[in-house]
Each structure stands twice: as structure tokens, then as C-alpha cells.
Design a binder for this molecule. Sequence first.
Ligand code: ATP
Ligand code: FE
Length: 335
Amino acid sequence: SIILGIESSCDDTSAAIISGNKILSNVAANQEIHNEYGGVVPELASRAHQQNIIPVVEKAFSKANIQQNDICAIGFTRGPGLLGSLLVGTSFAKSLAMSLDVPLIEVNHLQAHILAHFIDDANPTSPTFPFLCLTVSGGHTMIVLVKDYFGMEIIGKTIDDAAGEAFDKIGKIFDLDYPAGPIIDKLAKEGNPDAFQFNKPRMENYDYSFSGIKTSVLYFIQKEVRKNPDFIKENLNDLCASVQKSIIEILMNKLEKASVDLNIKDVAIAGGVSANSALRKAMENNQEKLGWNIFIPKFEYTTDNAAMIAMVAKLKYERGEFTDIRTTATAKYDL
Ligand code: ATP
Ligand code: FE
């Protein structure tokens, strides 16, 4: 089966072609327009999706060396995400499915981040059920108990900011561009992670909170900048390394607790923040320390991409789970 996947939930327009579990092409257009605003501007995002979607889909076909008539279904992100952005991909998928007379398959973006682990070249081996997946992105932070492809249970989640949001907002305090996560990751490599200490939340169960560390960084910076206007510039690498260490420790503590309590040793990470090098390192350390089998997605399957959408569409195609052509996009969409 050859399937086209389309992703447009936030600020990346992406299209991918999957054959079996193998990705033939995975094309994305990033929207640099948001960088100067320090965050994604929804109206600009949907306009950029409209401009990008046709060239991106055409490129996905040509890179895969596939004709439009060769595909047997179209998968698209129905939610969650920015409604205006989702609408572009959804409308496009619907009209192409109608004109090619192939079935339409709706995909939950969060399931897709997790099920990206089943793409052929995503891991040397796929995780076995049940496994734990720390799903960390710009909009979500949660520990998911994955019992089956579509049997997922959220056992813990953030009560306020997502981890990616914390990276981005703290980056903004440091005057870094958006998204700051990858920049902090890079600068942290030259810094001392023990240079500064920030407050850690005390949360029940497997839940997270990241607004506290953001406020703690903000107050600390305001205080230091009053004494020395160049404080950020002079300490940027150390600040980034310390912030990154705190966020990763918060993430890993709960994940380790869940793994011990549930006695599950197959542990995966997914979502944009799973690109973070310190998080990857912490996962690797637990292979030895806690006997984990770890699953870390390839870089191109971490941030938003259509390959993961095509992967879920393929699983649903095999089950005959198709979507009515009258479907609409949805900004909120539970796992
Ligand atoms: P969601 O998937 O919850 O709808 P999203 O689609 O906006 O949110 P993703 O594209 O999955 O999120 O991830 C983007 C987030 O990942 C941003 O917050 C970005 O800063 C963060 N991020 C990307 N790379 C890194 C990195 N190397 N270190 C830390 N954070 C990173
Ligand atoms: Fe995402």
C-alpha cells in the first residue's frame, strides 16, 4: 500500500509518501516568518500553509518517484493544533481524495508523534507493547502508556506549560530567537550545567509543571541584570546549560518513577523536544543504569513531519478505518 500523508497542525507544512512501513519521501517547508514575532502567529501560519501545500505535496510525489494515481489513500492531521493551520491540510486532503477517488484517513497528531517509532528506519527494532512514551513537544508534555497501536493511556501530564514551551519562553527571556529549544541545546554544549540552580516543582503522581522554573529564571535574570546589564551575554552558555539540565531532570524523574512503578523497561521519547541532546543522553544512561530498552526517534521524525502522519494512516488503512469526506478539523483532540 502506498499512502500520502499531510501535516499542517502548526507552522510546518509537510507531505510524505509511505510504502509499507518505509518512507519514500518526507518533505517539509518551515515558516521562518514567525521568528521575528517570538512565536507562531496563527493567521500568518495558515496563509503560509496555503502557499506551501501544493509545492510540498508535488515535491513529495517527485522525490518518491510516485504518480498521484499510485496512492491508495490519503492521511491528514485532523488535530490537535491551530485550527486555521489544520483547515488548510484538511481541505487539501479532502479535495485530493475526492479527485483521485481514494479513501481519506484522519490522524491524531499526538498519536502520530508516538507511532513514528514504527516507521521502518526509525529504530533498529520497534518497541514492544506495552511501552512508555514520554511525549514532549511545544504544546504537550505527557507520559503515555502505549498498550497497543491505538490503545494509549495518558498516565501523567503537565498542568501548565509544555517542556518545549518552557524552552521557548525561557529562551525569550535570554533574548534568543523562536523556537529557542534547539538554540539552548546548542549553546548548552559550551556551558556548565551546574552553574545556576533553579526551583524544581513538587508534583504528585506523574504530572509535570514548568511554569515555576520559567518564573524562577525570570526573577533571577531580572535581579542579576539590575546589577550587571551584560549578565545574560556574559553567562549565556552556562544559563542555557543549567536551564536545560533542570528541565531534563524534571522530565526524567517522573519517567523513571513510572518505569519502576509499572515495571516497564521499553521506554521511548517522541515530539519536538526529543531532539534535545541532553534528553537523549539521559535516556542512553538509563540503558545501563535501569536496564531500559530505549527508543529515540531519528531527528527528522521528532519535530512535526508528515512521515509520522503517513505511518498512522497506513496502520488505519490496514484496519479499514476510513474517514467520511464531510469531516472537519479539530483544534482539540484527545489521544
Ligand atoms: P504539538 O506536537 O504538541 O502540537 P508542536 O507541534 O508545536 O506541538 P513540535 O514541532 O513537536 O511541537 O516541537 C517543537 C518544540 O520542540 C519547540 O518548543 C522547540 O523549541 C522544541 N525543540 C526542538 N528541538 C529542540 C531541542 N534540540 N531541544 C529542546 N527543545 C527543542
Ligand atoms: Fe508536534
